[in-house]
Design a protein around this ligand. Structure first.
Ligand SMILES: [Zn+2]
Length: 356
C-alpha cells in the first residue's frame, strides 16, 4: 500500500535485488535468504513453465530450507487471482514467487498485493515490461490497460531460460521497449498541454532503454547472450522507470492505446509488444519524429511492421487510430481528445506502409 504523503511528495517502490545472467534461476532461494525471507514459499506458475524453470526454482527453495507449495494458473484472469489468494490464505506463505511469462507474473503480483505479501519475479520470457514493473493487466477487469500494483522485492532473470523461449516473444519484447520512443514524447506533450506531472529521470531511463535495444538489434536478432541480456535489462529498466514515476506514463503512450484497442477489437490480435511496435511507427509519424528509423529497427529485429504482418486487417488499424483515445480519456497523447479523422488515419497508415 502506498503511504499517505504530504502534498508534492513522491513515493517510489523499487526492487531490492536484480539478478541477470546465465544460470541464475538456482539462486532464488539464496536471494531470499539474503533478503531475510525464510519459511514458506508459494510458487505461482503456468502449465507450460513447470519443466522449464519452476522445477529449478522449487529445488533452489528446498535447498534453502523453504517449505514450498506450487500453484499452477491458466492465464491472467480475476478468477485465477482469487484462486491464488485463497491458496495464500490457506498456506500462509512468507513469499510469493512468480515463475513464467507476463501473465503468470501478473497473477503473482496482484494476488500478493491483495494479501499484503512480497513477491519475487522469475521471468521465463521477455515479451513485455510487466516482468519487472509494478503494473498489472488482467482480463476481466473493467479497464483494458494496466494499473499500478506493487514492485517485486527481487527479480531473477535467467538469460539461458529466456534465450530458449520462442523468438516471437523476444521480438515482441523489443516492440514494447522501442515503444518508449513515442511514450515519452506523449508524456512530454501531456505535461505541456495538460500540466501533467513529468519526471525527467524516469523519462530518460525509458528513452535510454529504447535507444539501447535499437542499437543492439543485430545481437538481439542472433539471440546472443549479450543481445538477450540487453533486452532483459531494458525491460527491467522500463519497470524501474514506472516505479520511479509512480505511473506507466514513461512507458505507455498512444502506441499502447493503439495496441490495447487492437486487443479489444481485432478478431485475432497479435502480441502486446508486436502491436505496440507498429503503433510506435504510426505515432512517431504523428509526432513528426523519425518513424523510418523505428520501422527499420523493428524490421531488423524481425518484429512486425505492417498490419499484414500483425495478421490484422488494415481497417482495424485505421479504426484504432480514430478510436483508441476513448479507452483512457485522461491519458492525453498525440491522438488528442477526439482521435484522428478517418482520412488522416488512412493517410498515416498508407504513408508509413503499415497498410500495405
Ligand atoms: Zn507495454
Amino acid at each position: 500500500m502506498e503511504p499517505q504523503l504530504p502534498p508534492d511528495s513522491h513515493y517510489m517502490q523499487l526492487p531490492r535485488e536484480v539478478l541477470i545472467g546465465k544460470q541464475v534461476a538456482p539462486l532464488v532461494g539464496a536471494t531470499l535468504t539474503r533478503l531475510g525471507i525464510s519459511g514458506r514459499a508459494l510458487i505461482v506458475t503456468g502449465p507450460k513453465v513447470k519443466n522449464i524453470a519452476a522445477d529449478t526454482v522449487l529445488a533452489s527453495l528446498n535447498d534453502s530450507g523453504f517449505s514450498v507449495h506450487t500453484s499452477t494458473v491458466e492465464g491472467s484472469t480475476t478468477e485465477q487471482v482469487t484462486l491464488v489468494e485463497n491458496q495464500i490464505h490457506e498456506f500462509r506463505p512468507d513469499i510469493i514467487v512468480g515463475v513464467g511469462g507476463g501473465k503468470d507474473i501478473d497473477v503473482a503480483k496482484l494476488s500478493s498485493m491483495h494479501t499484503s505479501k512480497q513477491f519475487l519475479s522469475v521471468p521465463t520470457a521477455a515479451s513485455h515490461d510487466g516482468i519487472a514493473s509494478p503494473l498489472v493487466s488482467m482480463k476481466g477487469l473493467d479497464r483494458p490497460y494496466s494499473y499500478v500494483a506493487h514492485s517485486p522485492v527481487a527479480i531473477v532473470a535467467d538469460t539461458s531460460i529466456i534465450g530458449r523461449s520462442p523468438y516471437r516473444l523476444i521480438a515482441s519484447g523489443c516492440g514494447d521497449v522501442v515503444a518508449k520512443y513515442t511514450a515519452v514524447r506523449d508524456w512530454k506533450l501531456a505535461h505541456r498541454i495538460k500540466n501533467e506531472y513529468y519526471g525527467d529521470y524516469a523519462a530518460e531511463l525509458a528513452i535510454m532503454s529504447s535507444r539501447l535495444v535499437m542499437k543492439n538489434s543485430s545481437s538481439i536478432r542472433m539471440v546472443s547472450e549479450s543481445g538477450v541480456r540487453t533486452l532483459v535489462e531494458a525491460l527491467i529498466s522500463c519497470g524501474v522507470a514506472m516505479s520511479i514515476a509512480g505511473t506507466s506514463r514513461p512507458c505507455s503512450g498512444a502506441e499502447h492505446l493503439f495496441s490495447h484497442y487492437l486487443t479489444m477489437t481485432a478478431p485475432r490480435p497479435a502480441l502486446h509488444g508486436e502491436q505496440c511496435g507498429v503503433g510506435t511507427i504510426l505515432c512517431a509519424y504523428l509526432h513528426g519524429a523519425n518513424w523510418e528509423l523505428i520501422k527499420e529497427v523493428l524490421h531488423k529485429i524481425g518484429a512486425p511492421t505492417t498490419a499484414t504482418e500483425l495478421g490484422i486487417g488494415p481497417k482495424y488499424v485505421v479504426e484504432a487510430l480514430t478510436r483508441a483515445h476513448t479507452i483512457r480519456p485522461e491519458r492525453y497523447t498525440i491522438l488528442g481528445e477526439s482521435g484522428l479523422t478517418k482520412e488522416a488515419a488512412e493517410r498515416v497508415a498508407t504513408i508509413t506502409g503499415v497498410s500495405n
